[in-house]
Ligand binder design. Structure first.
Ligand code: SF4
Ligand code: SF4
Length: 522
């Protein structure tokens, strides 16, 4: 088969893939619309474009014409909520008022804002429209006129709060998802985060940025995206397709795409922001030579996350010995400007990865690339800088300072750091589990720890327990019972030896266990 025939076969094969469903988020709209405008004249122009089932209310800045029913004069202050449930405050007669549809407290279903003076998320809530009063809004009104009755959308994310390292021990550690969400749908709930499914637009940046996999994309899941990639690329190569390129685009933008080369396989995504390191790496492991991510008007936060994920991908591939003049992954608005990557494609490709944990999936690909060693000079690991926001690495303990107090092992959220027992004072570390949250560093009273962001390629080194520090147990000088580590007791005695409370030989009480210390007092 030639490339074009192989491509057609591959695209046909995609149709048979079962995509796991997600749950549904429902909105209920009775069609009460608040139109925020400078004047009634502007507001009436909007009203003309609404269908009969909608009931307009007006919040007008100026009194310019004859009063209409349902009119309030004032200035919009806040809009909170979403389609079917907008809580509105406005400054009316120098007083802040809650605007509602009726005295029974019905919230507005839709807000059309021609003034746009309020702070609203870059991707506003469903049902809020900040319109340009002079602009062409035909398509938008076609959309608004559908917003009546019960409306469903997929739930785009899954959240496993047990994996989240947002805030532990009253220490803020991670808010990548909050920062990456252009819809302001994610907020802190103290220890972990909440995602408001009604505000979530499924941009996907949160799941790409999350170091632990606590937030993952649900529609499709990463496993389903992998299945699609595996079938699409696998079928193309099996049918003698050559030099496979992948084009990720949103289904909405399909019409904007030019005619594609015969070796470019298109794969529509709900949102390109859901793409990240694991998808890019997997595509490479399947034999893809070039990835083009077609972006159009994605919010700045989404683009920023994508750039970081692409950067991580390139750094890893580079350290594994896969270099290229032109980037392997290119994020681009005009796909005719994409440059062919000259990366060496894999001859031996990976199978379907069915692991559900994000980190384990990435490690499985790293293991595949490292053990297959299809390049001559892979490094032993990839170093990251702080700005890379990578979530792999080691912690280094300064043994001179560490007293084995175990403050670090008691707080480490993913249990990358663990302690021995009372008879064996020891700090163990498993690098594959460390998400570089930094809680251990912040918790160490001796300032003995530091982070080193890297991804070590050797599976054995990454997954085995390494002893970072160890000591002899300290035995009570009276009864011989073990009650601490040698270094902790010695250091404490050294620190307190000149303290007045421990004068006249009382310092030796510190070398006694609790029971013997009590006995010594009486
Ligand atoms: S990015 Fe992940 S780990 Fe970090 S706060 Fe969000 S859910 Fe928690
Ligand atoms: S070892 Fe330190 S940086 Fe790594 S996950 Fe544990 S507490 Fe966080």
């Amino acid at each position: 088969m030639n490339n074009l025939q192989a491509k057609q076969k591959a695209i046909t094969a995609l149709a048979d893939i079962y995509i796991n469903p997600t749950s549904v988020i429902s909105y209920k709209s009775a069609g009460f619309v608040l139109i925020v405008s400078e004047s009634i004249e502007e507001a009436l122009k909007i009203t003309e474009q609404l269908g009969d089932k909608f009931t307009p209310h007006y919040l007008l800045q100026n009194k310019t014409g004859v009063d209409k029913n349902n009119t309030t004069y004032g200035n919009l202050i806040t809009v909170n909520g979403y389609l079917g449930s907008f809580e509105i405050t406005a400054m009316v007669n120098n007083k802040i008022e809650n605007l509602m549809v009726n005295k029974e407290g019905k919230y507005f279903d839709i807000v059309i804002d021609l003034v746009s003076t309020i702070n609203i998320a870059p991707v506003p809530p469903f049902g809020y429209y900040g319109l340009n009063k002079n602009g062409e809004n035909v398509e938008i009104f076609a959309e608004i006129n559908q917003l009546i009755g019960i409306l469903d959308k997929p739930k785009f994310f899954n959240l496993d709060a047990t994996l989240c390292v947002h805030n532990r021990n009253k220490t803020e550690l991670c808010q990548r998802c909050i920062d990456s969400c252009p819809a302001d749908a994610i907020s802190s709930n103290g220890d972990s985060v909440d995602v408001n499914p009604n505000l979530c637009h499924g941009c996907g940046g949160c799941s790409s940025a999350c170091p632990t996999g606590a937030i993952s994309y649900a529609y499709p899941t990463e496993e389903d995206t992998s299945k699609k990639l595996y079938v699409l690329v696998g079928s193309y190569l099996k049918n003698s397709g050559k030099q496979v390129k992948l084009l990720f685009h949103t289904a909405d933008n399909e019409a904007l795409l030019p005619e594609l080369e015969s070796n470019t396989l298109p794969l529509a995504q709900e949102e390109i922001g859901s793409l990240g390191l694991e998808t890019f790496l997997y595509a490479f492991c399947l034999g893809v030579e070039n990835i083009i991510v077609h972006c159009t008007d994605e919010p700045a936060q989404t683009i920023q996350v994508l750039h970081k994920q692409i950067n991580l991908t390139h750094k890893l591939l580079h350290s594994l010995g896969y270099q290229s003049q032109n980037a392997f992954v290119q994020l681009i608005t005009d796909i005719s400007q994409a440059l062919d990557s000259d990366i060496t494609p894999l001859s031996d490709t990976i199978g379907l990865i069915e692991l559900s944990n994000k980190r384990n999936r990435i490690f499985a690909m790293i293991d595949f690339l490292y053990t297959n060693k299809q390049t001559q000079t892979p490094l032993s690991h990839c170093d990251f800088s702080v700005s890379d926001d990578a979530y792999f690495g080691e912690v280094i303990i300064n043994k001179e300072l560490c007293t084995l107090c175990m403050a670090c092992t008691s707080v480490c959220p993913p249990k990358a750091l663990t302690s021995g027992n009372i008879d064996k004072p020891i700090v163990n570390f498993q690098e594959s589990l460390c998400v570089q949250c930094g809680l251990c560093v912040k918790s160490c009273p001796e300032e003995a720890m530091q982070l080193n962001s890297r991804l070590i390629f050797d599976n054995q080194q990454r997954t085995s327990q390494k002893i970072l520090n160890a000591d002899q147990p300290f035995r009570c000088v009276d009864c011989g019972k073990v009650f601490g580590s040698n270094q902790v007791i010695q250091k404490m005695m050294e620190k307190l030896k000149n303290h007045s409370m421990f004068a006249d030989g009382k310092i030796n009480n510190l070398a006694k266990c609790e029971d013997c210390r009590v006995k010594a007092l009486f």
